[in-house]
Every structure is written in C-alpha cells, then in structure tokens.
Design a protein around this ligand. Structure first.
Ligand code: HEC
Ligand code: HEC
Length: 264
C-alpha cells in the first residue's frame, strides 16, 4: 500500500518538476525559485520529507517569518515548552489530528491563530501546489512527530500542475487567465495588500500604486521583492513572497503589471 501510494506521489512530484522546468525556461521569469522537486517513482517518506525541507528553507518562503526573531512561532525548535511543530501539532485544536491541523495552518491560517502572534501568515495553498503543500506537511511532521502523509491526501487534480483544473488540464496559474483581478486573487496579493477598499493591512494599499511606481518598478518588485522596499514599510521587508515570477506566465505578469501601473 505504502509503496503504491509513494509511487503515485513520485509521479506527481515528477510532473511538477517538469512544469517547473518549463516555467523556468520563460526568460522574463526569475529562475531562482521554486526549485524542481525531482523525486523518482519510488519515493520514500524520507524523500518526501527532504522535498518539504527544501521548500521550507527555500521557495516556500517560510523562513522569512519562521525562525527569525519573534515574528512567528518556532517550528523546528521548541516553542514555549510545547516542543517542535511535529510534537505539538496534534494538541493545538481539540479533535484535530496533527495532519489536519498542519493542512489548516497552510490553507486557512486565520482559522486558528497561535496565541501571542498576529494573523499575518499568507494562505500557502494559493502559492504552492498540493504536492508541495503535502511535502511541507510531511517535513513538519518529521520535526518531533510521526510522518503519516500518503498519496491519498493529495487531490487527484494535483497530478496536473499548480492552478490546473479539470476544465483546464494544460494547467496554469489562475487557469491561464489574463484578467488582472483573477491573477490577484489566485496569487493572494490581498492577503497582505488592500485594493479598492478590500484586503489586508500589513502591506501598502495598492489602489493608487501607479501614482508612486512605474510599470518597470512594479514589474521588478513582483519578480524580486527585495529590489526596492516601500517607504514606511522597512520593518516588513522580506515578507512579500519571492515566488510570483515563477507562478505566472509572461502574459499574466504583464497584465498584472499594466493593471497596477494604471492605478493612478
Ligand atoms: C508572513 C509571515 C509568515 C510566513 C511567510 C509563513 N508563516 Fe507560518 N505563521 C506565521 C505566524 C505569525 C504564525 C502564528 C499565527 C498563526 O497561527 O497564524 C504562523 C503559524 C504557522 C503554523 C502553526 C504553528 C503552531 O505553533 O501551531 C504553521 C504550521 C506554519 N505557520 C507553517 C508555515 C509554513 C510551512 C510556511 C511556509 C510555506 C509558513 N508558515 C510561512 C507567519 C508566517
Ligand atoms: C505575504 C504578504 C504579501 C503578499 C502575499 C504580497 N505582498 Fe506585496 N508587499 C508586501 C509588503 C509587506 C510590502 C512592503 C514592504 C516591501 O516593499 O517589501 C509589499 C510591497 C509591494 C509593492 C510596493 C508598494 C509600494 O507602495 O511601493 C508592490 C507593488 C507589491 N507589494 C505588489 C504585490 C503584488 C502584485 C502581489 C500579488 C501578486 C503582492 N504584492 C503580494 C507583502 C505582500
């Protein structure tokens, strides 16, 4: 059973690697992230955990908050006497198993906000594909707990590619749409930014961003968030995900940039 399940996970991760490779060939897009998940067909739990660890420390963007000072709870080390995340995940919410809790933390982070922290964690299922999410969960479980992620946790459509849907088997971010609002919603920009009165509070309001930044500056900011930090938000530097450039195709990036640049 395990062996079969892991074979499926292997195929899923392999497919993902292929699409990541293709995405990285598009010249406008940054190739720094995300790294390909190149796991063979006989992937073991250890390999799944290893893929999650790479994501955690790299393309997943987790370490911009976790592990740096007091912005977010420690995950790999003890947190206030409750142990590392794999040891405490099953005790956070009554009746919720570790695996369920970790998925919720990545899919709906404000459903349960760890006491003493602000609800600033982005919705990770909007930025990462299901195989990536489940690799991360396996890695987090391995930190003091038991890894029980199997292929049956990963929804069928994830065998396609991030953003794919049954009606769009080619699979692309935001269903391939070049509608700027569809892209903004799929990317989760409004988890942090406000636009026309709706959205988050931790990042600059984008309603009039075109009055402050040229299209070129906005494009560079999206592809490389470290390139220029918004005035007055220096303390929040590093929070904006670095992965957008590899998530969307060149046409989508351009539609998003032109839309924002026109917000005068
Ligand atoms: C912008 C900052 C930020 C980023 C990026 C971020 N997190 Fe978080 N995360 C938080 C904060 C703050 C909390 C605590 C508040 C809460 O529960 O939402 C948290 C809580 C969690 C928890 C629950 C911890 C516990 O003790 O119960 C998990 C699990 C988690 N994050 C995993 C991740 C993973 C995996 C990533 C990368 C894919 C990630 N986070 C990226 C800020 C962040
Ligand atoms: C996890 C939170 C988060 C998400 C998601 C996010 N950003 Fe940001 N963004 C920030 C923060 C914080 C800043 C201010 C600090 C800085 O400049 O890095 C910022 C700054 C910016 C700026 C510069 C604004 C200015 O006034 O100069 C632009 C443009 C921008 N983001 C666009 C986007 C777009 C487009 C998306 C979605 C594709 C997005 N951001 C998603 C957190 C986020």
């Amino acid at each position: 059973m395990w062996a079969t399940n892991l074979k499926i996970v292997g195929v899923v991760l392999g497919t993902l690697a292929l699409y990541t490779l293709i995405a990285n060939k598009i010249p406008q897009l940054q190739s720094e992230v995300p790294q390909a998940l190149t796991l063979g067909a006989n992937v073991t739990p250890e390999q799944l955990v290893a893929a999650g660890e790479k994501l955690f420390n790299g393309a997943g963007g987790c370490t911009t908050c976790h592990g740096l000072g007091t912005r977010a709870p420690n995950l790999l080390t003890d947190e206030k006497g409750t142990g590392p995340i794999g040891a405490r995940c099953g005790k956070r919410e009554p009746g919720k198993a570790c695996k369920q809790y970790l998925f919720e933390s990545l899919d709906n982070p404000t459903a349960y906000v760890v006491a003493g922290y602000q609800p600033i964690m982005p919705v990770m299922t909007k930025q990462l594909s299901p195989p990536q999410i489940w690799a991360l969960i396996a890695f987090l479980e391995s930190q003091g707990g038991t890894v029980d992620v199997t292929a049956s946790d990963i929804p069928q459509q994830s065998q396609l590619t991030p953003g794919a849907s049954p009606g769009n088997p080619g699979g692309s971010f935001a269903g391939g749409s070049t509608d700027p609002m569809a892209i903004i919603n799929a990317a989760g920009c409004l988890g942090c930014h406000k636009l026309n009165g709706a959205g988050g509070l931790i990042a600059p309001d984008l309603t009039h961003v075109g009055a402050r930044r040229s299209a070129e500056s906005i494009r560079r900011k999206i592809l490389d968030p470290a390139s220029s930090i918004a005035k007055g938000y220096e303390k929040m530097a590093g929070i904006m995900p670095k992965t957008f450039g590899t998530m969307m195709n060149a046409a989508q990036l351009e539609a998003l940039v032109q839309f924002l640049a026109s917000r005068k």
